[in-house]
Design a protein around this ligand. Structure first.
Ligand SMILES: Nc1nc2c(ncn2[C@@H]2O[C@H](COP(=O)(O)OP(=O)(O)OP(=O)(O)O)[C@@H](O)[C@H]2O)c(=O)[nH]1
Ligand SMILES: [Mg+2]
Length: 296
């Protein structure tokens, strides 16, 4: 059989389970997941290799009405992702009714050259997926509808098989053992940011960024990582550090456990918290942190 390869974009409103689905498909934790909307901020690629195909899924930030420059970079990233792919999967949450954001995703899908499928996620959370999907199917002329549960894995093999069947003949772009093309420092920062998002509330999770300043293998079995957790205000700095440093220690030890699992050896995680006023609205900070602003 001829080898096939290609890119498939996952778009959808925040919190529908795009990143969970990406991780389920590639079989490892490539993208961070939290119960809060707007977790993903970058386009993240997950790669699945089969004996005769390479499927590259592109996870994107949830589509929303941006209120900051950071939000605009996120929406821009999602909009850009649908060009240059073989297939667009509009992922929706069956446990909720369609809203304006789903409509924007449908518009985006309608404007792209690639075919669009409706991926009806969180099937496990509803009694009858056919009833739940009714409000979504009219949003765009979807060429197929796949009910799935990214959490339990139900329906995912069928979706993957169908997507692979649609890929054109093409070369293998990434090595066999590569599940993502993210830079390691970025991934490390994301592991920390996930823990910070999980541990905080209100506006704090949305005004946090993590920068890895140093990462060195100290001895054969130890990696030292120094990272800065950026917030917008001193008050948030106080919240994150917590009484007697307790909050930051909890965040650090959870992130460290995950990083040790990833590296396969001990990690010393040295976290610092710094306030940079209004960084989510500042072009200099956004570019320093690698968030791409739309060109005017
Ligand atoms: N019940 C159920 N929950 C799910 C399923 N898939 C994802 N979730 C949960 O939904 C929440 C959001 O999941 P994410 O994968 O972060 O969603 P996302 O679409 O990537 O969100 P953004 O990155 O914010 O756009 C998490 O709490 C997941 O555990 C599913 O199939 N069933
Ligand atoms: Mg996500």
């Amino acid at each position: 059989m001829e080898y096939k390869s290609g890119f498939v974009a996952l778009v959808g409103r925040p919190n529908v389970g795009k990143s969970t689905l990406l991780n389920e498909v590639v079989g490892s934790k490539v993208a961070m997941v939290t119960e809060k909307p707007q977790t993903t901020r970058n386009g993240i690629r997950g790669i699945l290799h089969t004996p005769d195909a390479e499927l590259v899924l592109v996870d994107t930030p949830g589509m929303h009405r941006p209120r900051t420059r950071l939000g605009r970079t996120m929406v821009h990233t999602a909009q850009r992702a649908v060009s240059d792919v073989e297939l667009v999967c509009h992922v929706v949450d069956l446990s909720r009714a369609p809203n304006e954001e789903d409509g924007w995703c449908a518009d985006l899908a309608r404007r792209t050259a690639a075919p669009t499928w409706l991926v009806a996620n969180k099937q496990d959370a509803v009694a009858d997926w056919r009833t739940a999907v009714a409000g979504y199917r009219a949003l765009a002329p979807y060429q197929a509808i796949y009910p799935v549960s990214a959490q339990t894995g139900a329906g995912v093999p069928e979706l993957v098989a169908a997507a692979i069947a649609r890929l054109p003949a093409g070369p293998q772009f990434f090595p066999d053992d590569m599940v993502t093309d993210q830079a390691e420092d970025f991934y490390v920062g994301e592991v920390v940011r996930e823990q910070v998002m999980q541990a905080t509330r209100q506006e704090v999770p949305y005004q946090v960024a993590v920068q890895v300043d140093e990462k060195v293998r100290r001895r054969g079995d130890l990696t030292y990582i120094r990272a800065t957790v950026l917030v917008e205000r001193d008050s948030q700095r106080g919240i994150l550090v917590g009484e007697g440093g307790r909050m930051l220690r909890t965040i650090g030890s959870q992130a460290r456990a995950e990083l040790e699992h990833y590296f396969g050896h001990r990690v010393f995680l040295d976290l610092w918290v710094k306030a940079a006023a209004d960084w989510t609205d500042r072009a200099d900070w956004l570019s320093r942190l690698g968030y791409q602003e739309p060109k005017r």
